[in-house]
Ligand binder design. Structure first.
Ligand code: HEM
Length: 469
């Protein structure tokens, strides 16, 4: 999702502009220096660009620590402002939010989501946001509870007998895709078409990521070798979605979008597709990270089991139950702090903008990194420690905590995502436990979202204490 959100194609963009010409020998030296994570030993702009390409999280983190809450720096030929302090992030995204545009990495030419809610701007965005918002109203969210829990029960039943090693990330992505399709699109997950669509959505997302990393980018519509799988998948996702949007009587979502944009079928289609793409990958990775940190913190996992058992008394969780499981919520908030799926947000300003005492000329390229802000020792004491206790006291962290963004373009699916994560985690915690090598360190991989590394394998099995129900 990061490419959708950000600039993560700096390398390709610079190469497109011939920027790397004549930089070979410098690049070599810088690359080896950039290996020591988070160290920007190369202070020149090209060196920083290469360091960023190699280790974006470390490079941005170092800039924030070196230069403070508002850091101006150059990378390649571009001027950036990295805004990381809690107060400054709020000022930029909340106070100035309505005067900002999405950063240039947002690809409005993307034929599946370029005119959808995430990428669109101006009046089109406003109409789409108003149309989609009621899908996530408090009352409507409650109606999704049973479907979410049902999907989690099906998953946990796979582990009712023995403990087995599992690459949880693939499983969590499949689970959250199923939840979005079941709840927002009322898709019947027993049908053959459902499997095909799940597969096609994954193929499309993989293509978007690969394309974002590619040096040569043909227009989306060109059916060149290597893109045929993507085109087949994109065609079938599009046809499937067009079918859903034509259904009579229309689903709630289709009715809202068609009502808001009767003359713009492309925007209707792309907003609906955006909800699938933006709505499952983030939540899937977030759940994977949460299971991993639980596996590495057995004491936290035991406390979670105790809370879930006491609150649910052996019954399956319902949407209203999440209010009586504060520790469950704290575990999720803390996992989203350490591993925010959207690790970078970008904006530009058509007119002048001020943040604190700093004035920015039009067309500044602003970066806000939830990952960087949420790991700042000045904002979160002992930032690398997984401590759900941060979320149970009186003075809760704020400002620099922004896994769902802030301001007018913050996540429309926030409450849905939190409910989904709480219900899935509570359902799994009722009967399963997760184990991992406690010494293992899994470094997050900043791709479209903050992806767990391939070697993240957990042992999943029935709770030794028996669990409930
Ligand atoms: C843990 C899960 C999730 C995380 C961490 C997350 C994070 C974010 C963030 C940070 C943004 C703001 C991007 C920016 O400011 O440029 C955003 C926007 C968005 N998210 Fe989420 N999201 C999650 C789940 C969901 C879900 C479940 C849906 C829908 C079903 C969704 C749909 C969207 C949409 C449509 C936008 C664009 C909103 C707009 O521009 O008005 N997200 N998300």
């Amino acid at each position: 999702m990061g490419q959708i959100f950000g600039i993560w194609d700096v390398r390709a963009d610079r190469r497109d502009m011939g920027y790397y010409k004549g930089q070979k020998s410098r690049a070599k030296g810088v690359e080896s220096m950039a290996k020591s994570e988070g160290q920007i030993l190369a202070r020149n702009t090209v060196g920083r660009l290469l360091a960023f390409h190699r280790d974006p999280l470390g490079t941005l983190g170092q800039i924030a620590r070196d230069q403070g809450p508002v850091a101006r720096f150059r990378m390649g030929a571009w001027a950036f402002a990295l805004v990381s302090g809690g107060a400054e992030v709020q000022e930029l995204l909340n106070k100035n939010g309505k005067d900002l545009q999405k950063g240039p990495g947002m690809d409005s030419k993307n034929p599946l989501i370029g005119r959808g809610l995430l990428v669109a701007g101006g009046e089109l965005w406003k109409a789409e946001r108003l149309a989609v918002q009621p899908l996530f109203d408090h009352q409507r969210l409650k109606t999704y509870g049973a479907q979410i829990t049902h999907a989690a029960v099906e998953y946990r039943e796979r582990f009712s007998q023995n403990a087995v090693p599992v690459s949880v990330d693939g499983d969590m992505l499949a689970l959250t895709l199923k939840v979005v399709l079941n709840t927002l699109f009322s898709a019947d997950d027993t049908s053959e078409a459902f499997q095909d669509i799940s597969q096609a959505v994954q193929t499309v997302m993989t293509y978007f990521y690969k394309r974002s990393r590619s040096v040569v980018r043909f227009p989306y519509s060109w059916r060149v070798p290597g893109t045929l799988g993507y085109h087949r998948a994109a065609d079938s996702v599009t046809q499937w979605m067009e079918g859903i949007l034509r259904e009579s009587p229309p689903s709630f979502l289709a009715g809202r979008l068609q009502g808001a944009l009767p003359q713009d079928q492309d925007a209707v289609l792309q907003s609906a597709l955006t909800l699938i793409m933006a709505g499952h990958e983030t939540t899937g990775h977030a759940l994977s990270w949460t299971l991993a940190v639980l596996a590495q913190h057995p004491g936290v996992q035991r406390r979670l089991h105790a809370e879930v058992d006491a609150a649910l008394g052996g019954q399956l969780p319902q949407a209203s139950d999440v209010d009586v499981m504060p520790y469950l919520r704290a575990v999720i908030l803390e996992s989203l702090r350490l591993y925010p799926p959207v690790w970078i947000i970008s904006r530009s300003n058509p007119g002048p903008v001020a943040v604190g005492a700093e004035e920015f000329a039009p067309h500044t390229f602003f970066l806000v990194s939830p990952y960087v802000s949420q790991h700042l020792p000045s904002e979160f004491p002992r930032p690398e420690v997984f401590d759900p206790g941060r979320w149970t006291g009186d003075s809760l962290p704020h400002g620099a905590y922004l896994p769902f963004g802030q301001g007018p373009r913050s996540c429309v699916g926030r409450d849905f995502a939190l409910l989904e994560m709480q219900l899935i985690l509570a359902t799994l915690a009722q009967t399963l436990e997760f184990h991992a090598d406690l010494a293992q360190i899994w470094r997050p991989v900043p791709r479209l979202s903050l992806v767990p590394p391939k070697d993240m394998v957990l042992t999943v099995g029935p709770r030794e204490s028996g669990g409930r129900p």
